[in-house]
Design a protein around this ligand. Structure first.
Ligand code: ADP
Ligand code: ASP
Ligand code: MG
Length: 449
């Protein structure tokens, strides 16, 4: 018989300090069903590692950044009741980090970059297992690379679902019979055993993937907000937490920029019907958001999201009017580079579309390569400085008056592109980045306050 299984994931701020980790340990131990815990790197660490991996630095600068990471880790270590149990292991990991950071090739080799980026989770999971170990007898720090098999697309690797299921079944399942398993988010390994990563914010995805592989009933995402809100509370202070969300709504929100969930998190949950809970590790008593297949209500407007750093690409060919297959060629190039297009508009002789372009991301690099390749077949104009604002809801195309209320709220702004999603759950605008905060605030006021 399968026992009830919950997988709990704690984000960077939740495991930023010893005290924060103690709160997480209490949450974990309060629920008997929780047998696997996925942790992010302590807050700030991955950003330091990204700068080491991407920015050429002098040796002196490199060592300073390494020191900043070391300080974060050691601050936790020294507060442990028994620091000696993990000190040697932590020192080894810190030494590995320094060696990688000082490696001449690191800024040029994607495999080394990922190995360096994985250090944050490998250290936080070690320290967190010691914190849980202060209150619980059987705790292990499990190397997720044994089960989280991915392809070799370093920086944004794609998980191999069947392989993960097989490996988790044989290597992870036996561990949870007698131990509390603490493991790393964000990190994976390819077939050759080389370390890969899932993209920024990927620990949520790891938790959902492990929940899928082990057929858990619940996946908990513990973070620094008391659930998924009507919009990012940092943009609109009047945003409020949502008690429930459907898988589709949550997937749209994550895809269109709600940072609280990694964009791919809902895929495994949807496949295996796993309920996802989002709550605050600082205030677990406040409850949070339940994401599930069927919600009690299907409101027209559920939330507003914003995704920053978008580029608009316009491709134009004088032959387009006559050239059949031009669109196919354009989208063939985009597909080849594994980029996803969000908004598209076409005219007789041109096509415009938007691409995600966050700094230092795999997408940014691919955008550049994609554009160069497009230039071989047509004129290409690239404009940046845009944000994508999306209203997420239900029946958006079919319910009367839904869009007019949205349009009224954005009437005073220059909208570069407007698009209903290919499903009934979203409506998006490409706007100037300097307007997007006001637009989100205005929409929030009109739709939710
Ligand atoms: P973690 O480190 O726990 O993964 P993140 O920083 O990745 O946390 O995600 C939590 C943050 O997501 C919040 O602090 C909040 O600013 C942001 N956020 C964006 N959109 C939303 C939303 N709709 N609801 C809640 N938080 C959101
Ligand atoms: N530590 C990684 C990041 O900062 C993964 C995560 O936090 O989910 O992106
Ligand atoms: Mg996150």
């Amino acid at each position: 018989m399968t026992q009830a299984l919950t997988i709990a994931k704690f984000g960077g701020t939740s495991v930023a300090t010893y005290e924060a980790m103690q709160k997480c340990a209490r949450i974990v131990l309060a629920n008997e069903a929780t047998r696997i815990v996925v942790v992010s790197a302590s807050a700030g660490v991955t950003n330091h590692l990204v700068s080491l991996a991407h920015t050429p630095m002098t040796q002196q600068q490199t060592l300073e950044v390494c020191q900043a990471v070391e300080d974060i880790e050691n601050a936790i270590l020294t507060q442990l009741t028994h620091p000696e149990t993990v000190k040697a292991k932590l020192d080894d990991l810190l030494a590995e980090m320094r060696d990688l950071a000082l490696h001449e090739e690191v800024v040029h080799r994607d495999d080394l970059k990922d190995q360096l980026l994985s250090m944050g989770e490998r250290m936080s999971s070690l320290l967190f297992s010691a914190v849980v170990g202060e209150q619980h007898e059987h705790v292990i720090n499990f190397d997720v690379r044994k089960v989280l098999r991915t392809d070799s697309e370093f920086g944004e690797a794609t998980p191999q679902i069947e392989k993960i299921e097989e490996l988790a079944g044989s290597l992870l399942r036996p561990e949870i019979e007698h131990s509390m398993v603490i493991t790393q988010g964000f990190v994976g390994a390819d077939e050759q055993g080389r370390t890969t990563t899932l993209g920024r914010g990927g620990s949520d995805f790891t938790a959902a993937l492990l929940a899928e592989a082990l057929r858990a009933q619940v996946c908990e995402i513990w973070t620094d907000v008391t659930g998924v809100y009507t919009t990012d509370p940092r943009i609109a202070p009047n945003a409020h937490p949502l008690p429930e969300l459907s898988f589709e709504e949550a997937a749209e929100m994550a895809t269109f920029g709600a940072k609280v969930l990694h964009p791919a998190t809902m895929e495994p949950a949807l496949r295996q019907d796993i309920k996802v809970f989002v709550g605050s590790s600082k205030e677990p008593e406040k409850g949070g958001t339940w994401i599930m297949r069927n919600c009690e209500h299907e409101p027209s407007y559920r939330a507003i999201t914003r995704r920053k750093e978008q580029v608009m690409v316009t491709v134009k060919t004088p032959q387009m009017m006559y050239a059949q297959g031009f669109l196919q060629q354009v989208f063939g190039i985009i597909a080849k580079h594994r980029l996803s297009v969000d908004l598209v508009t076409t005219s007789e002789i041109s096509v415009s579309f938007t691409l995600d372009n966050p700094a230092n991301s795999v997408a940014q690099r691919l955008n550049k390569e994609t554009i160069a390749e497009l230039e071989t077949i047509c004129d290409v104009k690239v404009e940046s400085g845009f944000d994508l604002v999306t209203v997420v809801g239900n029946h958006m195309q079919s319910a009367k008056g839904v869009s007019s209320k949205i349009f009224a709220a954005v009437a005073d702004y220059n909208l570069r592109m407007i698009c209903f999603g290919a499903n009934p759950h979203n409506m998006s605008f490409l706007v100037n980045e300097s307007d997007s905060t006001e637009i989100v605030q205005g929409l929030h006021k009109s739709l939710f306050e």
